[in-house]
Design a binder for this molecule. Structure first.
Ligand code: CAA
Length: 240
């Protein structure tokens, strides 16, 4: 039977490319979304991928949503924790609300997504966790104290889960995308975006599919020995 994959934030941007790629690879995919019903309905219509609505920042909603996915499709074998938001502001202007919104979604959201699924993975002796971090969690970024903190924190989650899951057939890995051509990056003022592109040796933004192909490898049986690692897919913009 096909393995079941859950992709949070899986109906738009990088998440949509991941959902489609995993479906093409033969997985049964469930994609979550937070608010945009219209985009999710269109995505399901176009791809046949089931979409589920909940706020990853809320533990009870995540747990209930995951129970629904498992009731509909079966036990989840693969988690791609991709849901993320930005609330960029220079630190002197950043509000506590902007801090908490980003922490809740990008960091606590990973806990809330993986935690309810983890016991089943341990019992079944198989699991693949991929967390979508960011180049800005590795290098920091002007106006992203909140976002960079969460994306660096995501790497800590992955490295710890990798150690806890290894004996149970579970791997946990991170991908740090650089600047990818999505709505999130297109929302950056054009002048700033142009200056960012000038810093990318490859000379262009990445494509969502270039991240999806990394995920496809990490969730495969072939990647069983890759655990706790970080793939940087950033066009050479930053080396760790
Ligand atoms: N480095 C240095 N200075 C920067 C800067 C940067 N990257 N970005 C903006 N500035 C400067 C501006 O030049 C300006 O300077 P002056 O005041 O001297 O003109 C100043 O910061 C802007 O100050 P403001 O008080 O006017 O700022 P603002 O409150 O209007 O905020 C901003 C503007 C939100 C910072 C906006 O410039 C912005 O969005 N910058 C981009 C931040 C960014 O790169 N975010 C990444 C989003 S993509 C993503 O997150 C995906 C991923 O994982 C890679």
């Amino acid at each position: 039977m096909a393995r079941i994959a859950l992709v949070t934030g899986g109906s738009r941007g990088i998440g949509a490319a991941i959902s489609k790629n995993l479906k093409d690879a033969g997985y049964t995919v469930a994609a979550t979304y937070a608010g945009n019903d219209e985009a999710a309905a269109k995505f399901t219509e176009e791809t046949g991928i089931a979409t589920y609505k909940w706020n990853v920042g809320d533990y009870d909603s995540s747990k209930a949503g995951i129970e629904q996915v498992e009731a509909d499709l079966g036990p989840i074998d693969i988690v791609v924790a991709n849901a993320g938001i930005t609330r960029d502001a220079p630190f002197h202007k950043m509000t506590p609300q902007q801090w908490h919104d980003v922490i809740d979604t990008n960091l606590t959201g990973v806990f809330n997504t993986v935690h309810p699924i983890w016991p089943g993975m341990r019992e079944r002796g198989f699991g693949r966790i991929v967390v979508i971090s960011s180049i800005n969690g590795q290098k920091g970024q002007f106006a992203q104290v909140n976002y960079a903190a969460t994306k660096a924190g995501d790497l800590g989650i992955v490295k710890s889960l990798a150690q806890e899951g290894a004996a149970k057939g579970i791997t946990a890995n991170a991908i740090c995308p650089g600047y990818i051509a999505t709505e999130m990056v297109m929302a950056v003022p054009e002048k700033v975006r142009d200056s960012i592109i000038a810093q990318i040796p490859t000379g262009r933004l990445g494509e969502p599919e270039e991240i999806a192909r990394c995920v496809r490898f990490l969730v495969s049986d072939d990647a069983a020995f890759v655990n706790g690692s970080t793939i940087s897919a950033n066009g050479g913009q930053f080396f760790v």
